[in-house]
Design a protein around this ligand. Structure first.
Ligand SMILES: *Cc1c(COP(=O)(O)O)cnc(C)c1O
Length: 352
């Protein structure tokens, strides 16, 4: 007799991250990682870490790290929630804040993890199309909903909006939790942290993966009203109280305390981005205005998919999305000046 146990297993299309590779020769511009190392203070912490301490459980409240972040942002410690990368924090936010029968709203072109979590947690959703200019119009989000999530700056467009944009979203949605995913905020955007005093339904999520060069450690956090943070803590403590490990807590704290290095490397990425915009344009590309560490580009005469494959054959990895409205675009992470020079040399040859 044939068994039916397979019918009882969850089947889901997972999120697909940018391809990783062990080949050291690859110029890796496909996952929005930072080309610069983390702060030297992080390295010092890792070298000096007291290994004997590992026999104990870590601080479930991430006390030191929350304290450092609270100081950095000028908020209270009970307004910060820590997680294992912002993907972990976002997944917990979906489970905690999106519990109504109404659909949540997010843009048609955005972080592709959002619909995956909706499917995983059975959350209904509606995708709101970006405007013709690939921007988000807050008016389109004034309809009955079970919550709102969007990145600012948006990904993969790179386009960032100001405080008045976030405020318009919040004013139009006093009955929903509004989550702003600020994964790329440190590359020239305006954080909406100052709005927290006036909007108790605002949740800001940030990550140390991009601007702090710590993708490998997995550190993310939410900043919100104490009431929303307690709700997140309750859900976290219902399945794993010890999400963050002791080594990561110490290393991340060192990163937050070295503000000068953080600002310097962000500024360097921004400078390289602005140079890169000009070089793309001189090759005939159209470049979306970016406030992030990547550029979304398209060429009127060249197939993005072919360029992607050609570059890949030359060990230069960029990101291609086979998705309506952006299927002739490439998303290119900003590397070092040297890496970008190699990319543009390769493109110049392809365009001869
Ligand atoms: C990279 C990214 C994240 C996730 O970052 P983590 O590495 O999990 O902290 C979340 N949202 C957006 C929009 C991102 O681009």
């Amino acid at each position: 007799m044939k068994s039916n146990w397979r019918d009882k297993i969850r089947k889901i299309d997972p999120y697909v991250p940018g391809e990783q590779s062990k080949d050291p020769d690859i110029i890796k511009l496909n996952a929005n990682e930072n080309p610069y190392p983390p702060s030297p203070d992080v390295e010092a912490v890792l070298h000096q870490f007291p290994v004997h301490a590992l026999r104990r459980y870590p601080d479930a409240n991430s006390g030191n790290l929350r304290h450092a972040l609270a100081q950095h942002f000028g908020v209270q410690e009970n307004q910060i929630f820590m997680g294992n990368g912002s993907d972990d924090v976002l997944a917990l936010c979906f489970q905690t804040f999106f519990c109504s029968e109404q659909p949540i709203l997010f843009p048609d072109i955005t972080y592709s993890f959002y619909p995956v979590w909706c499917d995983l947690f059975h959350i209904p959703y509606v995708r709101i199309p970006l405007t013709e200019e690939y921007r988000i119009n807050p008016k389109d989000y004034q309809r009955i909903n079970g919550g709102i999530i969007l990145p600012n700056p948006n990904a993969p467009t790179g386009i960032g909006e100001g405080l008045e944009f976030v405020e318009a979203l919040l004013r139009g949605n006093p009955d929903s939790v509004v989550i702003i995913d600020e994964a790329y905020i440190d590359f020239g955007g305006v954080s909406c942290v100052p709005l927290l005093d006036r909007y108790e339904n605002l949740v800001i999520v940030q990550t140390m993966s991009k601007s702090r060069s710590l993708a490998g450690l997995r550190v993310g956090y939410a900043i919100a009203s104490p009431e929303l943070i307690s709700a997140l803590e309750a859900v976290k403590n219902s399945y794993n109280s010890y999400t963050m490990d002791m080594v990561t807590l110490d290393a991340a704290t060192a990163s937050v305390q070295d503000d000068a290095y953080f600002r310097k490397t962000c500024q360097q990425v921004i400078q390289t981005r602005e140079r890169s915009v000009e070089r793309f344009q001189s090759l005939g590309f159209t470049v979306m205005p970016s406030l992030t560490n990547f550029l979304l580009v398209t060429h009127p005469k060249r197939s993005a998919k072919e360029l992607f494959e050609n570059l890949k054959a030359q060990k230069i990895f960029v990101r291609y999305f086979n998705q309506p409205r952006i299927d002739n675009h490439l998303r290119v992470t900003i590397g070092t000046d040297d890496e970008m020079d190699k990319l543009f040399c390769a493109l110049e040859v392809l365009f001869k």
